[in-house]
Design a protein around this ligand. Sequence first.
Ligand code: DCP
Ligand code: CA
Ligand code: CA
Length: 362
Amino acid sequence: MSRIVGHLDLDYFYAQVEEVEAPSLKDTPVLVCVFSGRTEESGVVSTSNYKAREYGIKSGMPIALAKRRLDGVPASFIRMDLGKYKAYSDRVMEILRGEVGVLEQTGIDEAYFDITKRTGGDYANATALALGLKQKILSEEKLSCSIGIGPNKVVAKIASDFKKPDGLTVVRSGDTRSFLSSLSIDKISGVGPKTAKLLEENGITTMPDLASTPTERLEDLFGKKLAVYLHNASNGLDDEPVVDGGGITQLSRMITLKHDTHAVDKVVDDLLPALREVHERLVSRNLFFRNVSAIGIAKDLSLHTKSKTLETPTNDYPVLEKEVRELFAALLPEVGDLRRAGVRMSGLQDMVDQHSLTEFTS
Ligand code: DCP
Ligand code: CA
Ligand code: CA
C-alpha cells in the first residue's frame, strides 16, 4: 500500500481567530500586533488577514510601517492574545485527532497526519477525508484551513501552502515531480534565504536544477545530511514518518451538546454515539486503552480535561462508558455548563502486547 500523508495549516491563524470572535472585522484589514509598549506604535505585526496583505502587510513588519501602508484605510490593530489562539488550536487539534488518529503537531496552527491505513492508500478516499475535515473545522470552529495531501511529509507540506486560503491540494505519488517542477526551491520546508542564496550562487536556481544535481555536489556545499534531504525533497522523495507528539497513539472524538448543560446524564447521553464510534475504532484496530479522558469545552470556549489511568488496559465498552461518566461527574462541578464534550483514549496498545503481558504475568 502506498503511503498517504496530509498536512493541515490554519489560514491567517491569529487574525482569523479575531475575526471569528468579532465577525464585523472581516471585511477590513485585521492586524494582530505585539506591542512592545515603548510608544503606541512600537512593536511588530504578528500576522494579518488577507485583506491586510493586499496592502503589503507582512508578519514581522514594524507596526509603524504597517500604519503608514494603511494610511486612510479603516483597519483594526489588535493586541496578540496567545492564550486565546492556543484554546482554538487545542480544539482544532482534537477535531483533527478524532478524524485521523495519529498526528504530529509542528506548530500552533499546523500538523502532519498519516492516513495510509484509514484510506487504504487510495487518493480518492484521502480527498474525501480532507474535505470532510475542512468542513468539520469550519462548522465547529468557524475556521478555514488549507490541506495538502501527498505521498510524504515534504510534498504534503508544500501542497498545503500551494493554494491558500481555504485550499486543498492533492498530489498523487506519480505527479510529485511535475507538481514540484514549477515551484521555487525555497518552497521546500527548511530551505531559508541562506540555503537558497548559496544554491543560486552555484547555478542551481530552479527545482529541476536541484533535482538533477548529484548529491555529491550538494554535499560539498551543505554536508551530507542536508545534501541528501535537498536531493530527495526536490525529487519529491521523503521517508520521514509522522510521529505522534507524545509517542502515544490516541483516539478521540468531540461533539457539540444539544444544549449547554452541567448535568452529567445529559452530557453522557449526547456523547453516547461518539463513545460507541471511538470504541469501534479501538476494536477495529485491535487496540486496548490504558488512559481515558473526559474533555469539556465551556461556554467561554475554554478547554478542560480530567483523565484516569486504568490498572489494566482494556477494550471493554462498559468500562469506557463508566469511566467517562465518572470523569464528567468530577469535571462538571468544577467547570459548570459545557458547550461541547468529548472523550479521548490514550496509552493505546496492541492486543498482541496485551496477550503476551497476561501470559507473562499469569
Ligand atoms: N506568527 C508570528 N510571527 C511570524 C509568523 C507567524 O507571530 N513571523 C504567528 C501568527 C500566525 C501563526 O504564527 O497566525 C501561524 O503562522 P503561519 O506562518 O502559518 O501564518 P498565518 O497562519 O498567519 O497565515 P497563512 O494563511 O499564510 O498560513
Ligand atoms: Ca497558517
Ligand atoms: Ca503555520
